[in-house]
Write a protein that binds this ligand. Structure first.
Ligand code: G3P
Ligand code: MG
Length: 248
């Protein structure tokens, strides 16, 4: 039986062509016709939800510092694109609200990853859900985190929103674990998503949303991932995957 092809999500926006987690990376995802985007969320000292991968701004901006010790105003002054290329020097660290505002009029789905891995940002689940509701995007959001306490808290306050558990270790019978938590999706890296794991998850009524760690694009491998049976592929190379998926 021919498997359904996955939806293609732009990981941190189209991060192979634009600086990750910036509005230009998200606009690019809209422009190329991606099915959705994935982004990462932290919280500033003054309680704003901001889109950035790391706990600090050191790697992806011209500044230095820990996000939770900086105000949104301080964060907004940083150049979040120059490290990627001079054409992107005007890029700023976006607020989650700015991204919701950008996506709301489109048809794109949004995977919000709450980065509560090191700092727990108490209350971030309620704050995120409040923003999602403000933009009426409850049925277009997938909420994930490596911190499964966060996922469960979110699920409790927003039972209708699709939730998934991120992991990057060889979980034993992840479908049973996910079912025990009541979440709807597994979010494994693709190297931990062999056929049996995907099949068992589907049999248990779960979705599988795969992503890549240290991704390189290779056509033959990409075809394999497109045929793997996963429901969503979260990739730095969405344009390449869309071309392969839709034109063969
Ligand atoms: O959500 C998939 C992926 O983004 C998880 O890893 O480190 O890229 O946020 P990371
Ligand atoms: Mg992420």
């Amino acid at each position: 039986m021919r498997k359904k092809k996955p939806l293609i999500f732009a990981h941190r926006g189209v991060s192979s062509k634009c600086p990750e987690n910036t509005l230009s990376a998200f606009r690019k995802a809209i422009e190329i016709g991606a099915d959705g985007i994935e982004l990462d969320v932290h919280r500033s000292r003054d309680g704003k939800l901001v889109v950035c991968h790391d706990e600090t701004v050191d790697r992806t901006t011209n500044g230095k510092g820990v996000i939770q010790e900086m105000t949104a105003k301080e964060l907004s002054l940083l150049d979040a694109g120059g490290w990627f290329g001079v054409a992107f020097q005007e890029e700023r660290i976006p607020l989650l609200e700015e991204v919701l505002n950008l996506l709301q009029p489109t048809t794109l789905l949004l995977n919000i990853e709450l980065k509560t891995d090191y700092f727990f940002y108490p209350g971030i689940e309620e704050e995120t859900y409040a923003l999602v509701r403000k933009y009426g995007m409850e049925d277009r959001v997938i909420l994930s985190s490596f911190n499964h306490h966060t996922v469960l808290r979110f699920q409790r306050i927003a039972p209708k929103v699709l939730t998934g558990i991120l992991y990057s270790c060889h979980l034993y019978e992840p479908h049973k674990y996910a079912a025990s938590l009541g979440v709807k999706a597994l979010h494994p890296p693709m190297h931990l998503a062999p056929h049996e794991i995907i099949a068992e998850a589907h049999e248990a009524g779960l979705l599988v949303h795969g992503w890549f760690s240290r991704e390189r694009f290779d056509v033959a491998r990409a075809r394999g991932y497109l045929d793997s049976g996963v429901d969503i592929l979260i990739t730095n190379y969405p344009e390449e995957y869309l071309a392969l998926r839709d034109k063969g």
